[in-house]
Design a protein around this ligand. Structure first.
Ligand code: G3P
Length: 220
């Protein structure tokens, strides 16, 4: 039993009405298991998904700004107000500067939002842990969307990231992501000391996303 966060990215299947259908399928599965299953949809869908779902909804990104003249930006206060549980921060597809990550993690503590800081290797995982977020999520960029699971292809990255992060900040929870799609990938991640997984294409792009998620959490 662990944590599963599904990032809808900017996939067509994850947006608007289709996205809501997908999110409801995720909710159905979440209601059948003890694992903590949450989603990170496209920002435009945050409010609606929060209103229509009982599972936790995360933003995919927030900007390191307060309110003000910041055209097109989304800040922590905004996602809090629409009811998001937290956000991915510094995803590989939306990198931030170290000072920005620090600003956002601090702001999240103040607003009681859950911070999930994404990293790309063991060194950056240790660096992110020094900022004391709730989670770090290690995702080697070359495996993202590849279908090759990080927990099987590069188990030492997961294991050593867990060690490095906990050495710096013992309370931290570590997720791993990239290429995760099967139950075996998930169980291996947990065996390596991760708290769970962050994934996208394995569920969002699956022919039958509900069946894919059921398989991932061991219901099939
Ligand atoms: O945020 C999760 C993501 O980057 C991993 O993508 O498609 O390899 O599960 P995917």
């Amino acid at each position: 039993m662990g944590v599963v966060i599904i990032n809808f990215k900017a996939y067509k299947e994850g947006f608007g009405l289709k996205g809501l259908e997908l999110a409801k399928a995720v909710e159905d599965v979440a209601n059948k298991v003890d694992d903590y299953i949450a989603i990170a949809p496209i920002s435009l869908d945050l409010q609606r998904f929060v209103n229509e779902l009982s599972i936790d909804v995360y933003s995919q990104h927030v900007d390191a700004v307060n309110f003000g003249s910041y055209t097109g930006r989304i800040n922590a206060e905004m996602i809090k107000e629409v009811g998001a549980k937290g956000s991915l921060i510094n995803h590989s597809e939306r990198r931030l500067k170290l000072a920005d990550i620090d600003f956002i993690v601090d702001k999240f503590k103040e607003l009681e939002l859950v911070s999930v800081v994404c990293t790309n290797n063991i060194t950056t995982t240790a660096a992110a842990a020094a900022l004391q977020p709730d989670y770090v999520a290690i995702e080697p960029p070359e495996l993202i969307g590849s279908g090759i699971p990080v927990s099987k292809a590069e188990p030492e990255i997961v294991e050593n990231s867990v060690k490095a992060a906990k050495d710096v900040y013992p309370e931290i929870k570590v997720l791993c992501g990239a290429g995760i799609s099967k139950h075996e990938d998930y169980v291996t991640a947990l065996d390596l000391g991760a708290e769970g997984v962050l994934l996208a294409s394995g569920v969002v792009k699956a022919k039958d996303p509900k069946a894919a998620l059921e398989e991932l959490v061991g219901l099939r």
